[in-house]
Design a protein. Structure first.
Length: 258
């Protein structure tokens, strides 16, 4: 996500109707608004009404992702799955906000969070420290179609937009874990909810997944980045026994076993 692309802030401000909800549900919201317009220069903390504390890096995309998850509710469709889950796999964990959101709904759930970008992984660890009752296990690796090493590309100031698929100004060499090795890496045999947000790698991951991996997964919620791939993704999931729902306004696919 590029905070400086044309129209981004305009798009954010169209959500000013959520300001009352923000004021009443998030402690520290004035700092978030200051960060939104580029006026906050040091890390600050936000605390939700559910008891989650998040440290926000000023000038990054943390404030926007916090709003998406904790205020706009982009993962609300999977709330019942989270509530019933024992194990969640989070592919593209960023700084851990989804894992903390899941833990606030289900304090006993274990979240395996995969995040390859070092700055994000470090921030995720800070947020875990601020929420010691959460059960988040960080795996500093990218999930893709095969295990090995790959270049992770990013643009300075856009820590949420790291990608394996599009060459950008800078890159890191990162460890990758193939989707079919993820369960072994986590030491699990079943995944109650698979969350995917990996900047364009969604289709390659699902194409590589074996039937046994998909059968061991009960529900999936994923952001799609390439509209032309949606039908192919739906076909893969439908063939594996999932009923798919496309939530177009937030570019999300929710899939649950029939």
């Amino acid at each position: 996500m590029n905070l400086f692309r044309p129209g981004f802030l305009k798009g954010a401000f169209k959500h000013l109707s959520i300001l009352p909800r923000l004021i009443f549900t998030v402690r520290g919201w004035p700092n978030l608004l200051a960060d939104c317009i580029g006026q906050d220069g040091k890390p600050y903390q936000l605390r939700t009404s559910s008891g989650v504390t998040c440290e926000i890096r000023p000038g990054a995309s943390d404030w926007w992702i916090f709003l998406e998850i904790f205020v706009f509710g982009i993962y609300r469709r999977a709330q019942e799955d989270i509530y019933r889950a024992s194990v969640i796999i989070d592919i593209g964990a960023n700084v851990g906000f989804f894992g903390l959101y899941a833990s606030s709904i289900n304090p006993g759930v274990k979240v395996h969070a995969f995040e390859p970008f070092p700055k994000n992984a470090d921030q995720l660890c800070k947020n875990m420290t601020l929420n010691p009752s959460s059960h988040i296990n960080l795996h500093q690796a990218a999930v893709t179609d095969k295990t090995g090493m790959m270049k992770l590309y990013f643009s300075p100031g856009d820590d949420s937009g790291c990608t394996l698929n599009e060459v950008r100004e800078q890159s890191y060499s990162v460890k990758t874990v193939g989707i079919n090795e993820v369960f072994a890496t986590c030491g699990i045999t079943k995944c109650d909810l698979l969350k995917i947000d990996c900047e364009g790698s969604e289709l390659s991951i699902l194409r590589a997944a074996t039937s046994s991996v998909l059968l061991a997964t009960q529900a999936i919620i994923m952001e799609y980045h390439i509209l032309a791939e949606v039908e192919t993704i739906k076909n893969i999931l439908s063939a594996a026994g999932f009923k798919c729902e496309v939530i177009t306004p937030i570019k999300t696919i929710y899939a649950k076993r029939n």
